[in-house]
Write a protein that binds this ligand. Sequence first.
Ligand code: GLU
Length: 474
Amino acid sequence: MKTRTRFAPSPTGFMHVGNFRTGLFAWLVARQAQGAFIIRFEDTDKKREVKGSREHLLECFEVLGIDYDEGPGIGGPYAPYVQSERLEIYTEWAQKLIDAGRAYADPYTPDEVQEFREQAQRDKKPFLYRNHRPTNPPKWDGSQPLRFKSDPKAYKWRDEVMGDLSTGPEVIDDFILIKSDGYPTYNFAHIVDDATMHISHVIRGQEFLASVPNYLNLYEALGLKPPIMATVPHILGHSGTKKLSKRDGAKDILDYIREGYLPDALVSFIATLGWNDGTEQEVFTRDELIEKFSLERIQRSGARFDEQRLLWTNGYFIRQLPLDELYKMVTDFWPKEATGFDDAYKKQVLSLVQERLKYFAELPELTKFFFVDLPINMTLISGHKQLKKLSSSECKQLLEQVQKSLEDSDFTVGDLNTRLNTLLEDTNQKPAVLFSLVRVATTWSPASPSLAETLAVLGKQKTISRISDSCAKL
Ligand code: GLU
């Protein structure tokens, strides 16, 4: 059977890391097998639908470079790929079940069902709808929910991630196939769709695992062979105990793009949330992922979302980029003070910070001092481990000595390095003291790239004038 995987989001909000990871895994399985990757909108819960969500979901895939072969917008041999446009198909399949005596109209009001539930609670028994199955159900006319007439039995099945699983008959119940509003439930619609779209692998989140025995019962009633199933565990927040929440950074995946994370870095990071290739390798290109990914190596317990590792991964991908390519990507991220500076200068600045840039939105903070004199901020001295030991006049004296030497420099990196090292000897100071002082006095910024290179890019005039301004203020 050809490998055909799908990602079936409900258009109920933005795409977060967890959703995207499920889609990414399904994409990797399809691409590895040279199969097809399908997107399907599951929009049968009309109350939960959020406007703009469909466009957003598709945009995420486009921006992150995850292509699909069939789906909304592009169509395909099993169109439509939107559940609300497939209602006739579900009715047809429901009819097959009714004809086979495996579905019936639910005659109870919601209040009556609630009463059964409460009674079960009072009796300290699990609630099973099938214990109240009506003996003479009315003919289904679409105004009542249509229920599946289950056939309770034990199941053993294999989940590609979770391994061999089994359950007893007590978990099997008569679930709703079609609601009284005419829309099918997820439980019914996805089975019909996966079958009619010839999906080979159903890869989805942990929240559906408990329902799988019921799905197996329905597959049997429909005479269908179940697809391969793979259950992806939750992503856990920073603490590693609770499901990733908004507070932990479960944000819109496009927010990461807006903050200047690279699509390749996000793909690598998200693919390795709970998956590894069995080696120590931590970052992967897309091609490596396609080659190495396997469902069996997804870990069974939740994966901890580690923001620091994301930053590190993105920094790694940024460092791999050729300068010109990086330069094009950061166009919208420069501080406003950089307006008017030419490309050559900005490129030099960028090449200095490329090494430590973790995401593009950090660019202003890291580079502002290259474009504008920052206000003198004495806490950079008083709060500095080494510099706080110096008196104001000692600082001043050292800086005057530095200024004198630099006035004769040609401001090449080589000459600046020679002079800075000579100054170390002449002043009998440690690099941690002297270089930190020069760094602060020329940038008034908490961090900067290598000193000689920074000064070379700033140029002679700016360097000298900043040192003398600093001396005047000290
Ligand atoms: N519509 C379901 C969701 O968004 C999809 C589950 C599945 O992949 O089958 O969670």
